[in-house]
Design a protein around this ligand. Structure first.
Ligand code: TYM
Length: 350
């Protein structure tokens, strides 16, 4: 009884605790990807969950990608995962296109998701811009593929940055509608995991904009491949205000740029924002920025060095991805097969 009540309260509780998350190989990794996603992926590895991490190349091509650059970015992203601490033995690490079950389940979900739901997606509106008529159909259907990425593993938890929250709500809606329409309790209602001091790292040039690999200004972001000089220069030139840092969170109100740099400092030093402010409150930016730059270089330089080393042996990276894809398929294939049977697709059972 108690267990049934618990399952009602947390619909994901009946499923094996399993983490899935993905990153697009649509450009180099940024500090936003690292703090909002990869660092959290590493923390969830080896604990209570089985962890599955994916380079979502099929998502990347919803906007034009030069083929050679896409292949390079996919391998570099794999190197970034490993250099940051993802162990390809402990976690399953692979690129999406090597596991066709993602695209197959996405088609089923295209029939579940409603036009109205997808029309509300802010990422589509942002990426399509004013010229919606010219956006690819894939860009519109993107969230159904994302739901398939997660649900083809019956993943229960998905660590992401704040900007992916709406997509994860849609994933829950798709799972619930599928379960309802077919009268089953087959897909879990996934829990988003949006935690830590840096769930939304902002541009270094404009505290109201997200730090992004697609921002035209390279000074707006820290790339995981930046060298120590570039990191220090970008932090030195980051936009701020004339006030000293406050000692309490309330003092960051209305100070987006200051808040962003403090969040980054807190996340890089594994503290929460209160703790970080106890340490740096009262300092002028002229004093705080060199501290932040030193910390960022200390944390990021070993990662970029290791990425460069791993990129010298791309055949090894390809082997890791292939092996990861095989392991991923062994979980995804039976779940897709059951889905086909539920839907009534003849031949799925054989
Ligand atoms: P993508 O490739 O844009 O970003 C990858 C991860 O990095 C996080 N992130 C940030 N976090 C904090 N501050 C920032 N400035 C910042 N920029 C990016 C993102 O929130 C994300 O967690 N649709 C996804 C990829 C995806 C996916 C999935 C994620 C496809 N299928 C299934 C989870 C589960 C995306 O475009 O992420």
């Amino acid at each position: 009884m108690a267990e049934a009540a618990q399952n009602t309260a947390d619909p994901a509780a009946a499923f094996t605790p399993r983490v899935f998350s993905g990153i697009q190989p649509s450009g180099g990794l940024t500090l936003g990807n690292y703090l909002g996603a990869i660092k959290r992926f590493v923390e969830m590895q080896g604990g209570a969950y089985e962890t599955i991490y994916c380079m979502v190349d099929l998502h990347a091509i919803t906007v034009w990608q030069d083929p050679a650059t896409l292949a390079r970015n996919t391998r570099e992203l794999c190197a970034g995962f490993i250099a940051s601490g993802i162990d390809p033995e402990q976690s399953i690490l692979f690129n999406q296109s090597q596991v066709p079950e993602h695209a197959q389940l996405a088609w089923i979900f295209n029939t579940i998701a409603r036009m109205g739901w997808l029309n509300r997606m802010t990422q589509f509106k942002d990426k399509a811009g004013k010229n919606r008529e010219n956006a690819s159909v894939g860009l519109f259907a993107y969230p159904a593929l994302m739901a398939a990425d997660i649900l083809v593993y019956h993943a229960t938890h998905v660590p992401v940055g704040e900007d992916q929250k709406q997509h994860l709500e849609l994933t829950r809606d798709i799972a619930a509608k599928f379960n309802h329409d077919y009268g089953v309790d087959f897909f879990p209602i996934t829990e988003p995991v949006i935690e830590g001091a840096a769930t939304r790292v902002m541009s270094l040039r404009d505290g109201s904009k997200k730090m992004s690999k697609s921002d035209p200004s390279d000074m707006s972001r820290i790339n995981m491949t930046d060298d120590a000089d570039a990191i220090a220069q970008k932090i030195r030139k980051a936009r701020t205000d004339p006030e000293a840092l406050p000692s309490e969170i309330a003092g960051l109100e209305g100070r987006a740029e200051a808040r962003n740099l403090v969040n980054i400092y807190a996340a890089l030093s594994d503290q929460d924002v209160e703790q970080a402010l106890r340490e740096v409150g009262g300092k002028q930016f002229s004093e705080f920025k060199p501290l932040l730059a030193e910390l960022a270089v200390a944390k990021l330089a070993p990662i970029s060095g290791e990425m460069a080393r791993l990129m010298e042996d791309t055949a090894e990276i390809d082997r890791i991805l292939k092996r990861g894809a095989e392991r991923a398929r062994s979980i995804a294939a039976p779940i897709l097969k059951d889905t086909y049977e539920i839907v009534g697709l003849v031949g799925a059972g054989s």
